[in-house]
Design a protein around this ligand. Structure first.
Ligand SMILES: Nc1nc2c(c(=O)[nH]1)N[C@H]1C(S)=C(S)[C@@H](COP(=O)(O)OP(=O)(O)OC[C@H]3O[C@@H](n4cnc5c(N)ncnc54)[C@H](O)[C@@H]3O)O[C@H]1N2
Ligand code: MOO
Length: 402
C-alpha cells in the first residue's frame, strides 16, 4: 500500500503535459487554458476620450474660473461617443461640448463636467478650474499596446473572454483539453430510465464525474457502462485507445471474485503503477499505464469513487495543463461541527467549508452513501490513528469552483 502523495506523483510521471493547441472562437474558450502568452495588439482605448459629459478644454484656460467669476469659452460644436473629432481644431479660448466616451479633439487636455458650467451652447460659462488630464482618459487607459494580457497557461474566466473582445480578437489559441473516457463497471448497474431488475442499482457516480470533467474544461470522450466482463472491458479500451489521454473506471478493483480490472489490465499488457493506497475510503484505488495513457481505476462505492477522483484528478489536471489553479487547495481551518474516532488508515470525510471553518456533513459517512455529497464542498482529512475533535484545526481539500 503506498501513500497518496506517492500515488499522485507516479500518475503524474506518466501523463505528459499537454503541448498540442487549437484555435477557438473566444466564446468557446471559457474555462480553457491559453497556449501562449498574449500581448495586447492594440491600445484600449486607442484614442483620447472623455470620462464625463461636459466640455473639452485647455486646462490652462480655466485656471481663474470660480462660480462667482466664470471663465467664458466659445463652443465650437458637439461630439458624441463614436463621432470622429477630426473636424475640430482645438484653440485656446474655445471648447467642444463632449459626451462620455467621446473622442477628444487633439490639443484639448481636460474635460469640465457639465454640472460645473451653465450648459451654454454658443458660449459656455466655466465655473471651476480643472487640471491637465482631469476627466480625460489617455490612449491605453485600460490596456497599453504590447501589455501582457495573459501569461501562457492562463485559465480563461468570464472576464477573460470580455478582455479578449475588448482587444478586437475573435479567436484565441488554447491547449487542447484532457481527453477522458469514463467507464462504470458492474453487472449490477442499470441506466437511469431503465426499470431496476432484482439486485440492480443505477449507475450514478460517472454522471457526477462527467460533470466535474466538463466543468474543468476536459473532454468526456465516452461515458459507458460495462458488465463485470474483462472481454467487453478490453474491447471498449481498444476501441477508444487513440482518442483519450486518461481512462477513469469505477468498481471491480478490490479483492472480490468479480473484481476483474487488475487482471484485465495485465492481460492487455498494461503496467500497474500502484494498487491500494493508504486512504479510506477508496483504498483499492489502482492506476496503470497502457499505450501512453493513464488508467485510473477508482473504487466502486460512490463516495470512495469521488474521494479517489478528487485526490487524483485535480493534481493530474494541473500538471497536464501547467496551471496550479486546477489543483486542490489545501487549507487549515477549525472543525466547527462533528468528530471522528481514530482510524487505522488516513481518512477523508465529506465537509462543508464556511468562512468560519468546516463542518462534517451530516447524513451518513459510509462510502456507499452518496446523496449528502450534494451539500459538501470539500474533503476533511483525518490523519491515521488520530481522533478528530470539535474545535481542532483540520486540513481540508477544496477543488476549483467553476
Ligand atoms: N473482502 C473484502 N471486501 C471488500 C473490501 C475488502 O478489503 N475486502 N473492501 C471494501 C471496500 S472498502 C470497498 S470501497 C469496496 C471496493 O470495491 P470495488 O472498488 O471493487 O467496487 P465494487 O465492488 O465494484 O462496488 C462497490 C459498491 O459500489 C457500488 N457501485 C459500483 N459502481 C457504481 C456506480 N457506477 N454507481 C453507483 N454505485 C456503484 C456497487 O454496486 C457496490 O455496492 O469493496 C469492499 N469489499
Ligand atoms: O475503501 Mo472503501 O472505499 O472504504 O469504502
Amino acid at each position: 500500500m503506498i501513500e497518496l502523495e506517492q500515488a499522485v506523483a507516479l500518475a503524474k510521471q506518466h501523463l505528459t503535459p499537454q503541448t498540442k493547441t487549437e484555435r477557438l472562437p473566444i466564446e468557446e474558450a471559457f474555462g480553457r487554458v491559453t497556449a501562449h502568452e498574449l500581448l495586447a495588439p492594440i491600445a484600449v482605448p486607442n484614442f483620447e476620450r472623455s470620462g464625463m459629459d461636459g466640455y473639452a478644454v485647455f486646462a490652462e484656460d480655466t485656471l481663474a474660473a470660480t462660480p462667482e467669476r466664470p471663465v467664458y469659452l466659445t463652443v465650437q460644436g458637439s461630439l458624441f461617443a463614436g463621432d470622429d473629432p477630426a473636424g475640430f481644431q482645438a484653440k485656446p479660448g474655445t471648447t467642444v461640448r463632449i459626451m462620455t466616451g467621446g473622442a477628444i479633439p487633439k490639443g484639448y487636455n481636460a474635460v469640465v463636467k457639465q454640472e460645473l458650467t451653465d450648459y451654454g451652447e454658443k458660449t459656455v460659462a466655466i465655473q471651476r478650474a480643472v487640471t491637465v488630464g482631469q476627466n480625460f482618459a489617455p490612449i491605453g487607459e485600460d490596456i497599453r499596446p504590447g501589455q501582457m494580457i495573459f501569461p501562457a497557461h492562463s485559465r480563461l474566466n468570464c472576464e477573460s473572454i470580455g478582455v479578449l473582445a475588448s482587444l478586437g480578437l475573435t479567436e484565441i489559441e488554447v491547449l487542447r483539453p484532457l481527453r477522458v473516457g469514463l467507464l462504470a463497471t458492474g453487472n449490477e448497474l442499470a441506466q437511469p430510465g431503465q426499470a431496476l431488475q432484482a439486485g440492480q442499482i443505477y449507475n450514478s457516480t460517472t454522471f457526477a464525474l462527467a460533470q466535474y470533467l466538463r466543468q474543468s474544461g476536459s473532454q468526456v470522450v465516452f461515458r459507458l457502462t460495462c458488465p463485470d466482463d474483462p472481454n467487453q472491458f478490453v474491447q471498449i479500451l481498444q476501441q477508444y485507445a487513440d482518442q483519450v489521454d486518461l481512462i477513469i473506471t469505477t468498481g471491480g478493483v478490490s479483492v472480490g471474485q468479480r473484481d476483474f480490472i487488475p487482471g484485465a489490465i495485465r492481460a492487455i499488457s498494461g503496467t500497474e503503477l500502484f494498487h491500494f493506497v493508504q486512504m479510506k475510503p477508496g483504498t483499492p484505488l489502482m492506476a496503470a499505464t497502457w499505450q501512453h495513457k493513464v488508467i485510473l481505476a477508482l473504487s466502486g462505492n460512490p463516495f470512495a469513487s469521488m474521494v479517489n477522483f478528487h485526490l487524483l484528478y485535480w493534481p493530474l489536471l494541473a500538471h497536464f495543463l501547467g496551471n496550479q489553479q486546477f489543483n486542490l487547495q489545501q487549507r487549515q481551518v477549525p472543525l466547527l461541527v462533528g468528530d471522528s474516532k481514530p482510524r487505522h488508515l488516513r481518512n477523508f470525510m465529506r465537509g462543508q467549508l464556511t468562512p468560519a471553518g468546516v463542518k462534517i456533513t451530516p447524513g451518513g459517512h459510509h462510502s456507499s452513501v452518496f446523496h449528502n455529497l450534494v451539500d459538501s464542498n470539500c474533503l476533511i482529512e483525518q490523519p491515521r490513528n488520530q481522533a478528530l475533535a470539535l474545535g481542532q484545526t483540520v486540513t481540508v481539500y477544496q477543488w476549483p469552483q467553476s
